[in-house]
Design a protein around this ligand. Structure first.
Ligand SMILES: [Cu+2]
Length: 119
């Protein structure tokens, strides 16, 4: 009986672990929005997460298509938000935002997305 009960219990625990009580800091909203096309160069990238993030262990980079950084100044994290200013007047093109955060529950998550500037 224990032979099938154990996998069942593990499955139940894993299902529960995916629930809100154990949720990690996932990206909820971004500005510019994930995958969006914007007509005007944004002055900053702002990310909002499902949990508070640890400023010292979280960060992001914004790069142009050729890989060089287009941020201006330090990444700032407060509560569940992280933001960074961008260089002024970015030219049209596709930009990639790469982020990593450690949430207040000490779990690390990361991801990346692009947005396009097209006047
Ligand atoms: Cu977590």
């Amino acid at each position: 009986m224990l032979r099938w009960l154990t996998p069942l219990l593990i499955a139940l625990i894993l299902t529960a672990a995916g629930g809100p009580a154990w949720a990690h800091a996932e990206l909820v909203t971004a500005s510019p929005r994930v995958g969006s096309t914007v007509p005007v160069p944004p002055s900053e990238v702002r990310l909002s997460f499902s949990e508070g993030v640890e400023p010292h262990f979280s960060g992001m980079e914004v790069t142009a298509a050729d890989g060089h950084s287009v941020t201006a100044g330090r990444v700032q994290a407060q509560g569940a938000e992280m933001r960074v200013a961008l260089a002024r007047g970015l030219p049209p093109g596709t930009y990639r935002v790469t982020w990593h955060v450690v949430s207040v529950d000490t779990h690390r998550t990361q991801g990346s997305f692009t947005f396009e500037i097209r006047p």
